[in-house]
Design a protein around this ligand. Structure first.
Ligand SMILES: Nc1ncnc2c1ncn2[C@@H]1O[C@H](COP(=O)(O)OP(=O)(O)O)[C@@H](O)[C@H]1O
Ligand SMILES: [Mg+2]
Length: 230
């Protein structure tokens, strides 16, 4: 589903962030990319949605090489990957429901089905009844749920969640982690970028540990799998 092949990425200041990285993701995987702040986790996500291009190597999503893709085909790739941003990026002057509507509209979702889909998605992430609240009126954990809801609303086969527990307490972090596991068991391939030891210590999924531009450790833990979205 995803292949990083000899991927090297540096930023204009010359620092190499990812140095000849190889890894693959299969449909249904639950992957946790770990590493200290600055290790390159967000860079992996930005490469995956073709927000960045590597200097060397290939990034394949369903066999399509993102380093060669034409600009007009970028939206097709982005529909395959829901991205829950570290800073949420919800629109502050729209309600939680309206934020989901915008995401569905951008994804070209059938307009007639949008109201039902908004309800279903909010209930899925545990925000039933919060549809008419504004982002400033909900808690940090709920904001993270809203951000995840927006990322998965149009049912992309892959979800990339960047530091989904960034500013949350341990209990709320585990609730978000449980939600991500539920999304995975419903068939979505989930990739989490985190430096949160609370999540890492759950020993669930496959861990890819980044250090000094390299993958220094890959560990596989048991994860329950059901039917997979392709
Ligand atoms: N747009 C950018 N320009 C220059 N350097 C960047 C940029 N984005 C990230 N970096 C640098 O790349 C490194 C990896 O960043 P990032 O992928 O955000 O790490 P992580 O998500 O693991 O904290 C850091 O040293 C960061 O300062
Ligand atoms: Mg990051």
């Amino acid at each position: 589903m995803i292949d990083f092949i000899h991927v090297t990425k540096s930023y204009p200041n010359g620092d190499i962030v990812l140095n000849d990285i190889d890894f693959s993701v299969s449909p249904g995987d639950f992957i946790i990319i770990t590493g200290e702040s600055g290790a390159g986790k967000t860079t992996v996500g930005r490469l995956l949605i073709r927000d960045l291009i590597p200097e060397k190597g290939k990034i394949l999503v369903d066999g399509v090489d993102l380093t060669k893709i034409k600009p007009q085909n970028i939206p097709l790739i982005r529909r395959k990957i829901g991205f829950a941003f570290q800073d949420f990026r919800v629109i502050p002057d729209k309600t939680i429901g309206e934020n989901i509507i915008v995401a569905l509209e951008i994804a070209g979702y059938d307009a007639k089905k949008i109201p039902e889909k908004v309800k279903h998605t909010l209930s899925m992430v545990g925000l039933a009844g919060k549809e008419n609240l504004f982002p400033g009126q909900i808690s940090g954990g709920e904001l993270q749920r809203a951000s995840i809801a927006r990322a998965i609303a149009a049912e992309p086969p892959i979800l990339f969640a960047d530091e989904p527990t960034g500013n949350l307490d341990k209990k709320t972090s585990l609730e978000i982690f449980n939600l991500l596991q539920k999304i995975n068991s419903d068939g979505t391939t989930v990739i989490i970028a985190t430096h949160d030891v609370t999540l890492i210590n759950q020993n669930i999924g496959r861990h890819i540990h980044l250090e000094k531009g390299k993958i220094v450790k890959e560990e596989k833990h048991q994860v329950e799998k059901k039917e997979v979205k392709e």
